[in-house]
Ligand binder design. Sequence first.
Ligand code: NAD
Length: 715
Amino acid sequence: MTMTTDIIRYSVDSEGIATLAFDYPGRSMNILNRASLGAFYAAVRRAIADPAAKAVLIASDKDDFIAGADLDMVLALDDKVELRDSTLELHLHLRALETCGKPVAVAINGTALGGGFELCLACHHRVSGDRPRARIGLPEVTLGLLPGGGGTQRLPRLIGVRAALPLLLEGRKLTPVEALNAGLVHEVVAAGNERKAARDWLLGHIDQAVAQPWDIKGYKIPGGPVQSPGGFETFLAGNAMTLAKTAGNYPAPRNILSCVYEGLQTDFDTGCRTEVGYFVATALSPEAKAMIRTLFFHMGKVNALARRPPDVPVRKFACVGVVGAGMMGAGIAFAQAIAGIETVLLDTSMAAAEAGKDYSRRLLDKRVAKGRMGADECDAVLARIRTTTRFADLERCQLVIEAVFEDRAVKAEVTRKIEAALAADALVASNTSTLPIDGLADASMRPERFIGLHFFSPVDKMALVEVIVGQRTSPETLAQAMDYVRAIRKTPIVVNDARGFYTSRVFSTYVREGLIMLAEGVAPALIDNAGRLAGMPVGPLALADELALDLIERVARQTALDLGPAYVRTKAEDVAEIMIHRCGRVGKKGKAGFYDYPESGAKRLWPGLAEHFPVSTFQPEIDEVIRRLMYVQSLETVRCIAEGVIDNGGDADAGALLGWGFPVCRGGPIGQIEQVGVQEFTEHCRTLAAAHGERFAPPALLERMAAAGEVFYDV
Ligand code: NAD
């Protein structure tokens, strides 16, 4: 007997095994949303009631299992009562399944994440297929959510609090074998054998009293209860680590801790109801909305190359040259080689080029030592990097990226030499961080094939590349450059040629605001603590030290020269000058900046600061300091959008997260405006402008949007 619904196929075979097979139409993977959950509930009720069904097998008719919840649905949630009721309904059905008296097994033939894995946790037996791309786990926290289908209750009851908390708080996705070792699944079998293994288990358990461990009399939480010395220790450490990592900005990890702490001191059903309460609060939080929107939707669009000019055939890059084997060139060569691209690495001497290649050798050796790469693979990657001093060796390259000194004349000469060696359809890119692409393109004989590829340091860790489009860069060149960035597994955002491009321009406002506050008499500890409490990776003064104050001064001087009378000097430049010329402190590289950098121990604020920048008696509230540091970035981003430097808020937000670690709980500089509300944000900025100056004046675009009640994002 077979009944087919759209999403779940229900059938009972001659041995009494009822199979509930997911097959979400029109998708490569199954997802959980209202429709699929509705179908699942109906199938569960049917299997429980069906006298012919003696055991239940949950499976997937696709070549993969369940990716998790439909994030479109999660993002659109706004009704507290509706969400609570629908979550309770999920709990009810999972609970009914695991207590129905019939054995229930699941054949996990691929990835089971989030709700997909919570469904597995409600089964008595979990079989996973050994598939290289399969991942298992509860990654909800990485999108600002918490597992709302009983995950915070079943997982710790299954493997103990100490083992479960890191999985819940970090959201790590495990391979099937890792999941087996961690106790998340019972068996790992060869791919394709999942259903057979699950059936075998069911056949061996038909008519037996099968129950979850926590439903068996005398059950004890593995590793001990919450109220035990071990439990106290785990929560003490878990709380402290979570607070240190999140500065209290993320409700999800805090609420996960509460679910486990409170829920495991009660019976299972009460624990589940506790989880529902926290789930609703977390899923409706502005932080979760911002994270899902930026990390999933915006980042997804950017990586799918939504801004790539259509109609240009995809270009595959087999051979790419890098000129300048310094810090950046060496990093770019590594990224290419590991992505399988033949790389010609050129510098002025063989020693310099080889030193650049050595950088790859060191990174690869580390991977081999950690067992993440075999020695053969390491050799193959290294063999892809060919060092040279001769420009003629660039002949076969489809693209050459120059990463030589930041000097117009040097770059112009190098561009001419590169082009002389290249085929007609090859591209030339500059990795300049400050020089306008249009000016550099003047040295090119075919400026339509010239483009900026602004990598970030260290290249092997930083996923972002700003693709800088000059006036004369052709759409074909832009499309192909984006193909290249994806080929080396990085994320490209498209930026029009303008001073500081997008990332440097916006993120420098954060540093500058910190320096201005110092000049105004705000306590330096307050400034940097505010930055970190807002969620930025480092405070503005510490960041200025890392960048080096002389670099800040140099960029300011160049900007003043280029802009002439339009240049607006701020107190930040005064601070940099005083630090460099009066105090002889240039930052971390000189071991002396706003901070002291002792040989041993952590950096400390320089006690001499107060002498040069006296601290006022009246200090601002920390919220005010945070607002200045964070809003100034949003305002500059709006200006970038208004001026056409960057196309849209989604690109801007993705770039800010990847480029300078803008806190993801705020979504990004534009996500932050949405979070506050366009009108309220604009209002705040008017107040800030009256108190602190024109840089806070809302740009016309924002004023217009506020007046018209417009928003940046639809959902
Ligand atoms: P670097 O000084 O470490 O390396 C520059 C390399 O270029 C040196 O090895 C040098 O020998 C080589 N070189 C100089 N002239 C050459 C020539 N005529 N032919 C061949 N090789 C030549 O500098 P870097 O930090 O790697 O920066 C390189 C470029 O990348 C600059 O334009 C810089 O603005 C840009 N950039 C730097 C960063 C950063 O964080 N350092 C970030 C993004 C972009």
